[in-house]
Design a protein around this ligand. Structure first.
Ligand SMILES: [Zn+2]
Length: 269
């Protein structure tokens, strides 16, 4: 089995996780910027985090021969302070030239507030001005449908952005069709319990096909499973899906989307 892990917050994981991912067939890992579990107190905190994502973490992964890529942004949980968010967004361009940066993400809404929307638009403008790909997380639980609709409206309103270069992550059964019909890619985030578990993700693949869909783990400082993608592959095989289908979902599709960035290269070529 081979796979690409498109969503793992490795700064909060131990080194053994890299070893286990590699042993399970991982060919590359991508790390979106996210909330640290606490609000950072200044733009300098983000500067240090972006250095960690673009300098230290790829070196740690490469000790296992695993290519590491990242996405940069300020998380909506910290975006209520628009002035802080503006200062953080202004820091990002100096990092966009670094070798492992794929684009802007994972941007999102949290409470669907006016300030969060403003910061979402700031990120979209940043991506459009610098011709960057975009990774969008979607709000959790009861706000998911409303938040997803709102996010799609805002992204579609910026005509500079090509939907084929945008992936909307954390889709669920009731939001995936909206995302795919609008021309975006869709990501399913695998959780150990509740939300999108492996069985539900495979249901979605069986309903909507595997044209513009990928699977990713949750893999952060919370309850999560770094090997969720290969485990979901086992569920696909158990249900009778052939090795070509599985390979397409967990390797071919992320490779196709991510290769839109010239930075995205696997170590075997
Ligand atoms: Zn995340």
């Amino acid at each position: 089995m081979r796979y690409i892990e498109p969503h793992a917050h490795m700064v909060s994981r131990i080194t053994d996780d890299y070893r286990d991912m590699l042993a399970s067939g991982c060919a590359a890992v991508c790390e979106p910027a996210f909330w640290a579990g606490f609000d950072r107190s200044s733009p300098q905190g983000f500067y240090d985090y972006f250095c960690q994502l673009t300098d230290y973490e790829p070196k740690r992964a490469w000790k296992f021969g695993l290519p590491h890529f990242c996405w940069l942004c300020i998380n909506p949980k910290e975006a209520e302070d628009v002035k802080l968010a503006e200062e953080v967004v202004a820091l990002i361009p100096q990092f966009l030239g670094r070798a492992n940066v794929l684009g802007i993400g994972e941007i999102d809404l949290n409470k669907n507030s006016r300030n969060e929307l403003r910061v979402l638009e700031l990120h979209l403008d940043l991506a459009a001005r610098h011709n960057q790909m975009i990774l969008v997380h979607t709000p959790h639980l009861e706000d998911k449908l409303k938040g997803t609709k709102l996010i799609l409206e805002v992204v579609k309103a910026d005509k500079r952005i090509n939907p084929e270069r945008v992936i909307i992550d954390h889709v669920e059964g009731h939001t995936v069709k909206l995302v795919l019909d609008a021309g975006f890619w869709a990501g399913m985030t695998l959780y150990p319990e509740t939300k999108c578990m492996a069985a539900r993700a495979v249901d979605i693949l069986e309903c909507y096909g595997a044209e513009r869909l990928w699977l990713n783990s949750a893999c952060d400082w919370g309850q999560s499973v770094p090997l969720a993608v290969p485990y979901a592959a086992l569920e696909m095989r158990r249900r009778g899906h052939g090795p070509e289908f599985v390979d397409r979902v967990i390797y071919g599709n992320p490779l196709r989307f991510l290769s839109q960035s010239p930075r995205f290269k696997l170590s075997d070529g």
